[in-house]
Design a protein around this ligand. Structure first.
Ligand code: HEM
Length: 216
C-alpha cells in the first residue's frame, strides 16, 4: 500500500470520528459523564452547540473544493458528502432540540414562533433548503437526477447564507461571532467566484484559439 492509499483508507473513518466527536461530547455533557455538564441553562446550551456545529460543518463542506484546488489532492471530494450529511444532522438535531425539548412540541407556539420571529423563519428556510440535499445525497439519486443533481445541490449556498443570517439576527448584543462566520462564508464565496471567472476566462481563451484555428 502506498502512503497515498494508506491516507485515503484512513481519511474517511477519521473524518467520521471528527464530525461525530462534538455530538459525543454533547451527550457526555447532557448525561453528566465524567463531571461534564451543560451548565446552568442546559437546554439553551444544547440548542446553541448543535446550531453552532451545524453551521461549522456547512462551512467545512463549502471549504472542501477550495482545499482540493489549493492542495491538488483530489480525494478531498470523497469527504464532501459525509461532512455535508453531518452538517444536516446537527441542524436537524438543533431544530428538534428547540421544538421537542424547549417547546415540548407545542404546535401553536411553534407556528407562532415561525410566523412572528423572522430569525426563526430564516432558520427554517435554511433547514428546508438542506432537506432535499440530504434526501438526494445517495449515488442512486445522483444517477437519477443527472445534471439536475448538481443544480439542486447549489442550494447549499443560500442555505448556509440563511444559517449565518439566522445566527446574526438572534444575537442580542455582541455580533462579533456571527460577523466572523459571515466573513468566513464571504471568503469561501469569493474564492469560488474568482475560480469560476478564471475557468471561464481559460475556456474563453480556448474557444478563441479554436475560432482562430477554424478560420485558418
Ligand atoms: C440552516 C439552518 C440553521 C442553522 C445553520 C442554525 C444555526 C444556529 C446558530 C449558529 C445559532 C446560535 C448558537 C449560539 O449562539 O451559539 C442558532 C440559534 C438558535 N436557533 Fe438555529 N439554525 C438553523 C435553523 C434553525 C431552525 C429551523 C430553528 C427552529 C425552528 C432554529 C432555532 C434556533 C434557536 C431557538 C436558537 C437559540 C436562540 C436564542 O438563544 O435566543 N434554528 N442557530
Amino acid at each position: 500500500m502506498t502512503p497515498d492509499q494508506r491516507l485515503r483508507w484512513l481519511a474517511k473513518p477519521a473524518a467520521f470520528a471528527a464530525c461525530s466527536a462534538p455530538l459525543v461530547v454533547l451527550a457526555f455533557r447532557a448525561f453528566e459523564v465524567g463531571g461534564l455538564t451543560l451548565g446552568t441553562n442546559p437546554v439553551a446550551e444544547l440548542i446553541h452547540e448543535l446550531g453552532r456545529w451545524g453551521l461549522n460543518l456547512l462551512l467545512v463542506t463549502l471549504a472542501i473544493t477550495p482545499l482540493r484546488q489549493l492542495t491538488g489532492w483530489p480525494h478531498w471530494l470523497r469527504f464532501r458528502r459525509l461532512v455535508g450529511l453531518w452538517a444536516f444532522a446537527y441542524v436537524a438535531l438543533h431544530m428538534a432540540a428547540y421544538a421537542v425539548i424547549d417547546q415540548g412540541l407545542a404546535w401553536e407556539v411553534l407556528v407562532e414562533d415561525v410566523l412572528k420571529r423572522p430569525w426563526i423563519t430564516i432558520g427554517l428556510a435554511g433547514f428546508l433548503l438542506l432537506l432535499p440535499l440530504a434526501l438526494t445525497s445517495t449515488r442512486g439519486w445522483m444517477r437519477r437526477l443527472g445534471r439536475r443533481w448538481q443544480t439542486l445541490h447549489y442550494a447549499i449556498y443560500p442555505a448556509t447564507a440563511l444559517g449565518v443570517w439566522h445566527f446574526y439576527w438572534q444575537v442580542k448584543q455582541d455580533v462579533t461571532e456571527p460577523v466572523l462566520y459571515a466573513l468566513g462564508f464571504a471568503l469561501l464565496m469569493g474564492w469560488r467566484w474568482r475560480h469560476a471567472r478564471r475557468r471561464a476566462a481559460a475556456t474563453g481563451g480556448l474557444a478563441t484559439t479554436a475560432a482562430v484555428d477554424a478560420r485558418r
